[in-house]
Design a protein around this ligand. Structure first.
Ligand code: CA
Ligand code: CA
Ligand code: CA
Length: 627
């Protein structure tokens, strides 16, 4: 169970005025409140009822919980999850999160809202304070181990405080008995402190770096050097004392030397707020770019670089770093990759996936990088680990330039939606390399006039006459018959059957005269194309399985001139691949012919140098039924 220690300053987290309503009634908080006021009754939340279904999804209740309403009830303005005020209690005490002050219900109500967002209280188990902080602020969390922190750690924390980030620190515990154990220096192990300030003082001709830490209990303080009534303060000028608001109050807040801080505390957690969570303009903000995407089995769920065959199919995001940090030679980036809605899905057995990302130097082209690129180029930077946390975030310093970032799950074929956030000191231009569609088809070949026919071509004409029959036109049924007879004989294809629908599609693509049949000149063009299609199939069936996997298909389509968006590829796989993500020749032809047909129609209707067409409903239906 996550715990939230001490409420952060509420004014720092305004909910955007257009916060999305999440209640099933479709009513906003204001509307629900108005309803309760009119009927004079206390609000009962039907979406998250006061019974065990809201507490657990798998565990059985050990004790009978009683849901009570706290008498101090006050709603937090910035919550956009409407909850009622019933909280699970046992023997008159709150069961889950509670404040030291038993009359303060702020944190408990907050946790309830968080539990509702995630489906149940049990779904919160194994979550962290950081996750909760992120959910309430929309920020990005970073964890630093003080022992391994970078050289400029003090500067990093200083900048974070200036940006209005939320900073927490803690000491590790080795076992449960150490939890909340008090050290001889007055510090509590396994307890979440807040960092509230950073400053320097002149002390006997030396500059001393200080850090201000707050125990959210509001008492129990550090008693070492620079603590409230330590002798060091006597050697500090009054002005400095005043500036640091040094007062020996037993309020839980204290200064300590940064050096001592690093020696005593193990971990610092920083929740970097995005600009929209910050109110004050004066704060030095991060620049933020957000990309939403998904890993879909068979098209974009490529797994990590260990899986070279599929890695390149992952979503790719191009970053252009143009401006260096203030006074620096490099650009600071904070990259946070979050898998979405996994906590909610926990109820249905979904666990966190193992996720991470890699950053490559861009070869300068604005297109999705292919398998060969990743075969021959190593990544410049990576998330520290692939890990099964909701979010993976790391800080990088890169020289200005162009980069491609590849977010992925560890194993291929694992599905999830993700949100990628890139925080940078100066503006970063980022672009999805998967959204672009670019079609580059060969010029359609022209039928030759009969007088130039070679002997071979005359034989071909004789063949056509046998297929077409007396009317000298090939129908879809005739095409189906002849193609099945011909393809059956090929030994290099695992050929089952060509369907009538593929033949109809072929006719639709090749029938330039518009009579629904192929005459000789059309059939001639078709026969050449068929050879190309089959060659494409054989060439890109890399593992010689006789079928085309969804990944092989992506390369084949590209070779055929189709650069498609991730979304379109996902759609094609859903429509044409079988359960094993394979396409046989019939599926392949069906797909390829439709794609080419749609592309050719678009090119024919599209205005010169424009990339759109105008259609009314009649024209649109006409077209789609024809393709
Ligand atoms: Ca015929
Ligand atoms: Ca025709
Ligand atoms: Ca294959």
């Amino acid at each position: 169970m996550p715990y939230l220690h001490g409420p952060p300053e509420p004014q720092a987290h305004p909910v955007p005025w257009n916060a999305r309503t999440t209640h099933s009634s479709g009513q906003s908080f204001e509307q629900l409140r108005q309803g309760s006021l009119q009927t004079g009754s206390l609000f009962e939340d039907v979406d998250f009822p006061a019974n065990n279904t809201s507490l657990f999804y798998s565990e059985r209740s050990q004790v009978p919980f009683e849901w009570k309403r706290p008498g101090f009830w006050q709603h937090s303005e910035w919550l956009d999850v409407v909850i009622d005020d019933r909280l699970p209690t046992f023997r008159g005490r709150l069961v889950f999160l509670h404040s030291a002050d038993h009359t303060e219900f702020w944190s408990a109500l907050l946790e309830k809202a968080y539990a509702k967002l995630n489906g149940s209280y049990e779904a919160l188990k194994g979550g962290s304070t950081l996750e909760a902080m992120e959910d309430f602020t929309g920020g990005v969390a970073e964890t630093f181990l003080t022992r391994e922190a970078p050289q400029d750690f003090y500067t990093i924390l200083g900048k974070a405080l200036k940006r209005g980030s939320l900073l927490g620190c803690s000491m590790d515990i080795r076992n449960a008995a150490e939890s909340e154990a008090r050290t001889p220096f007055g510090l509590i192990k396994g307890h979440a402190y807040t960092i509230t300030g950073l400053d320097q003082v002149d002390f006997r001709g030396q500059k001393i770096e200080l850090i201000r830490v707050r125990n959210p209990w509001g008492q129990v303080e550090w008693n070492g050097p620079w603590s409230d009534s330590s002798p060091e303060w006597q050697s500090v000028g009054l002005a400095d004392q005043k500036r640091l608001c040094h007062a020996a109050l037993d309020d839980g807040e204290f200064w300590m030397a940064f050096q001592d801080f690093r020696a005593h505390f193990d971990k610092v957690e920083v929740c970097n707020l995005s600009p929209d969570a910050l109110q004050e303009d004066a704060l030095h903000r991060w620049e933020v770019a957000v990309h939403q995407g998904s890993w879909v089995r068979g098209s974009t769920a490529g797994g990590c670089r260990n899986f070279l065959d599929t890695f390149w199919t992952n979503p790719q995001i191009k970053l252009s770093l143009t401006e260096k940090d203030e006074g620096q030679e490099e650009c600071t980036l904070l990259v946070a990759l979050m898998q979405k809605d996994r906590r909610k899905l926990k109820r249905f057995g979904a666990d966190m996936l193992t996720i991470g990302y890699a950053i490559y130097q861009s070869p300068g082209k604005d297109e999705h990088l292919d398998k060969d690129f990743f075969r021959y180029h190593a990544s410049l930077a990576r998330s520290k680990t692939f890990i099964n946390l909701r979010e993976v975030s790391d800080r990088f310093r890169l020289p200005p330039g162009e980069y491609v970032l590849v977010p992925s799950t560890f194993e291929p074929h694992q599905e999830a939606d993700f949100c990628l956030r890139i925080f940078s000191e100066k503006k970063t231009i980022s672009r999805d390399l998967d959204g672009t569609v670019d079609i580059n088809l060969p010029e359609p070949s022209q039928p030759k006039p009969p007088e130039q026919e070679t002997e071979e071509e005359q034989q071909f004409r004789a063949l056509f006459q046998r297929i077409a029959g007396e009317d000298m036109e090939v129908t879809a049924e005739e095409l189906e018959y002849v193609l099945n007879a011909v393809l059956q004989k090929r030994k290099d294809l695992k050929f089952k059957k060509l369907s009538l629908i593929s033949c109809r599609n072929i006719i639709s693509l090749m029938d330039t005269s518009g009579n629904g049949k192929l005459e000789f000149s059309e059939f001639r063009v078709f026969w050449d194309r068929l050879k190309q299609w089959i060659n494409l199939f054989i060439q890109f069936d890399v593992d010689k399985s006789g079928t085309m996997s969804s990944y092989e298909l992506r390369t084949a389509l590209r070779a055929a001139g189709f650069q498609l968006s991730s979304r379109l590829l996902q759609l094609i796989i859903l429509r044409y691949a079988d359960e094993g993500l394979q396409l046989d020749l019939d599926d392949f032809l069906n797909c390829l012919v439709r794609l080419e047909n749609a592309s050719r129609v678009f090119q024919a209707l599209c205005m010169k140098n424009k990339d759109f067409i105008h259609l009314n409903i009649n024209e649109f239906i006409n077209l789609t039924m024809n393709i």
